[in-house]
Design a protein around this ligand. Structure first.
Ligand SMILES: C[S@@+](CC[C@H](N)C(=O)[O-])C[C@H]1O[C@@H](n2cnc3c(N)ncnc32)[C@H](O)[C@@H]1O
Length: 229
């Protein structure tokens, strides 16, 4: 695999590059998107009786580490890795490793209990996605959970934002079903999936529970797919 360095070019003004009229109308700033994902992850762990204080969490393609920072005081250990040196430069005290080869995770077998890859796969060339998922399986402990979060290609606003975004010029969106297939083929059987990001920030804060009832409708802005080793 060739080193994936285009994010090095975006890193310095990454937040500005994400601006889009639709995205900005949905949430005040980027922080909401990370908070919403953290709420979803916490909810999954709670429902599956997984105490984060006993778990080690790896975020693959962690970028600037914003999602990981939500888990900092909850997990036994948090760590990230990314092929972009520049994205991972300012992660504020989080343990972050450079993926020298984008398809190889710089960790021994069975190092983590929980692994996430958030908005990463749509930047990974299609023929590299299954090998990357096998790597994620390799670094998970038996019983460990993989959570892939991705843009939902069935949501027209998501597609519009991706089409206009300068950081998504190489993006190839994948459906939840395709995400499940990669996990399954890599030896990570499916546990559950949910669609989310239906409600803009101002409504989510008041009636966020509504999203729970819409989780199986394939229309949310993004989806989370959970699988287990
Ligand atoms: C859209 S950003 C998302 C960053 C972060 N996960 C987040 O949600 O803010 C995509 C990230 O995926 C990383 N990436 C691209 N190819 C990758 C690969 N093969 N393995 C791991 N990360 C990769 C990029 O360097 C970039 O940091």
């Amino acid at each position: 695999m060739q080193p994936h360095t285009e994010f090095d070019r975006y890193a310095q003004n990454y937040d500005e590059l994400l601006h889009d009229p639709v995205r900005d109308a949905f949430a005040q700033n980027n922080a909401f998107y990370h908070r919403r994902k953290w709420i979803l992850i916490e909810n999954f762990l709670e429902r599956h009786k997984l105490a984060p204080g006993n778990l080690e969490w790896l975020d693959v393609g962690c970028g600037k580490g914003e999602l990981l920072s939500w888990g900092r005081s909850h997990f036994r250990r948090i760590a990230g890795c990314d092929p972009s040196r520049e994205m991972a430069r300012d992660v504020g005290g989080i343990e972050v490793y450079l993926q020298e080869a984008p398809g190889t995770l710089p960790f021994p077998d069975a190092s983590f209990d929980f692994a996430t890859a958030v908005c990463v796969y749509h930047h990974v060339p299609e023929n590299h996605r299954l090998p990357l998922t096998r790597e994620i399986r390799r670094v998970l402990r038996p019983g460990g959970t993989f959570c892939m979060i991705e843009h939902n290609p069935f949501n027209p606003l998501t597609r519009l934002i991706v089409k206009r975004s300068p950081v998504d010029v190489d993006a190839r969106l994948l459906s939840e079903r395709r995400a499940q297939r990669y996990a399954d083929q890599a030896g990570l059987p499916h546990v559950e999936s949910q669609y989310f990001l239906y409600l803009p920030e101002k409504y989510f804060d008041r009636m966020g529970r509504l999203e729970w009832f819409l989780k199986t409708l394939p229309l949310g802005g993004q989806y989370a797919m959970f699988a287990q080793k």
